[in-house]
Ligand binder design. Structure first.
Ligand SMILES: [Zn+2]
Length: 135
């Protein structure tokens, strides 16, 4: 009986560990797809912005509402990209160096950027894992 319990609980552990890894891979690829979509969105917006600036220059109308809107939308896109980048860092267990921006894998004792030597920020993922866990 206890042997069977062991087998069952061991099996469960294996499944949940594998499930976690797959889940992470899925989340990473979903984030990357989002990132690609936002990047092409940004490209389109720059194209429109270019047209707008051309029209503004031609018409002499410097006070164009569409222009301000367009800038705000681009800012929103960049904010979204930054958010995705942070989530990807968490999933990949890495942080961006605050000085040079290099992506640094967080390993034991890796408190400084291997590229420029700046002190790396503490990894905030411990708190994120609690909320993300399955109950
Ligand atoms: Zn650095």
């Amino acid at each position: 009986m206890s042997f069977l319990d062991n087998v069952i609980s061991t099996g469960k552990n294996v499944v949940s560990a594998a499930g976690k890894v797959t889940d992470e891979a899925v989340r990473i690829s979903k984030l990357k797809i989002k990132e690609t979509q936002i990047n092409s969105d940004i490209k389109n917006r720059y194209e429109k912005l270019g047209e707008l600036i051309y029209q503004m220059a031609k018409s002499g109308d410097k006070d164009n509402e569409a222009f301000d809107e367009s800038i705000a939308e681009l800012d929103e896109c960049y904010a979204k990209l930054e958010e995705i980048d942070k989530q990807l860092d968490d999933l990949k267990n890495q942080v961006a160096c605050p000085k040079c921006g290099a992506k640094c894998k967080i390993e034991d004792g890796n408190a400084f950027c291997p590229k420029c030597g700046a002190k790396l920020p503490e990894k905030p993922a411990e708190a994120a894992e609690e909320t993300g866990g399955e109950q």
